[in-house]
Design a binder for this molecule. Sequence first.
Ligand SMILES: Cc1ncc(COP(=O)(O)O)c(C=O)c1O
Length: 470
Amino acid sequence: MNALQLSASEFRTLAARVTGLAADYLASLGDLRTFPEVSGVSSLKAFGEALPEKGLGPAALDALTTVLEFSRPPSPRFFGYVLGSGEPVAALADLLVSVLNQNVTAWRSAPAAVTLERHVVEALAAALNCHGHRGSFCGGGSMANLMALAMARESHLPANASGATAGVVYASNEVHMSIPKAMALLGLGRTNLRLIPTDECLRMSLAQLRTAITADRAAGRVPLAVVATAGTVNTGSIDPLPEIAALCREERLWMHVDGAYGGLAALAEPERFAGLEAADSLSLDPHKWLYQPLDCGVLLFKDAGAARAAFSYSGDYVRPLAQDRLEGFAFFDESLELSRRFRALKLWLSLRYHGLDAFRRAIREDLRHAQLLAQQVAASGRLELAAPVALSAVCFRYPSQEGHPADGDRLNVAILRRVIERGRVYLSNATLASGFVLRACFVNHRTTEADVARIVPEVLAAADEVLAAR
Ligand SMILES: Cc1ncc(COP(=O)(O)O)c(C=O)c1O
């Protein structure tokens, strides 16, 4: 027998141990620190042991408790970045995904996985009022944005055969960093990304967008695409989608919507996302606001022909053998990825288990928690809101004691460090025009009102400690 073989009963015993560990961990989440008491050096030491030449057998699993101890838990009081909370039914699906080990390249290789992925993507699109959009799962918003701009480039300034020529892309100055990165990778160049100023609600200014397009055309440059953001990473602002869609139609530009953070909130509040359906491409991240375990990104597009123009270039070894429309389908013709995980299973199982309505309600609860925190910040008398709360991200700060921005930045950096060290709530940060701010983002199905109420007292306690040490 091959040394890597495991009997069914050995697998059952190991799986029971791992699921037992996971269940205990889930049960303890509310009591755990929001960041473990670890350092870079202690984590290096914990995991520095040489890999064994001879297998440890079941004792190998003993070290999993150390992995848990050194991990930042998916706590009900985790409000950092834009990171979903990890829905456990989906986690169980991920175990089966790895056991099945389907390579979701084409129906030929993975009939159930390909069919389910196509079904889930189309059903998700329809639930967002993007009837008829198709697409695929990918690693996340950055990958989806890269693929979207590759499609935009190929449809307006074909480059796949003989290389890229410069074309101009427009986005607000609140755009996510993955867009300039995609400009660089696609050979369009970061300087050809026009960062359009935003209004007082941090939404792209339509007048300035129009002016920039006109100026570029007058200078002989080629406008290519507009990236509208539906939920900016800093503050959750939503660019004026219907107006941008109309302008893109008028100017014949590709409209991409980066909805990686906010787009899925259209399930709960569709009226705020009118215009989404007009997008030529749309990035979504179920690993953010559908609470799915990483990784789970989606790219939707209106025209599968544009996806094929950008991505279809297959070697013979993968070419589908069937003529049948369904059996001949291959994701690699419409995506950058070839070998792909069965990402649809977790979302499908999680949606079937809980039902769409439970997700809509969870999103509404996140939105309500953000408003609650905004009220508590305002009522604190010591903290100030730093931006309007458009979705579920709340930016706020402790005002500078010396009345100048650099001091405010230093103070809030120190407060954030202290909040994380105290380990009772986890916040992250953003840099707005006004400087460094603290940021709480609610995409967490475990959070309760009592958890929200911990944030302001924790920040004030951390601020008191920082000020006392000055
Ligand atoms: C608006 C926006 N776009 C894109 C991304 C990138 O997504 P990912 O981290 O899944 O690559 C993020 C991540 O926070 C985001 O907020």
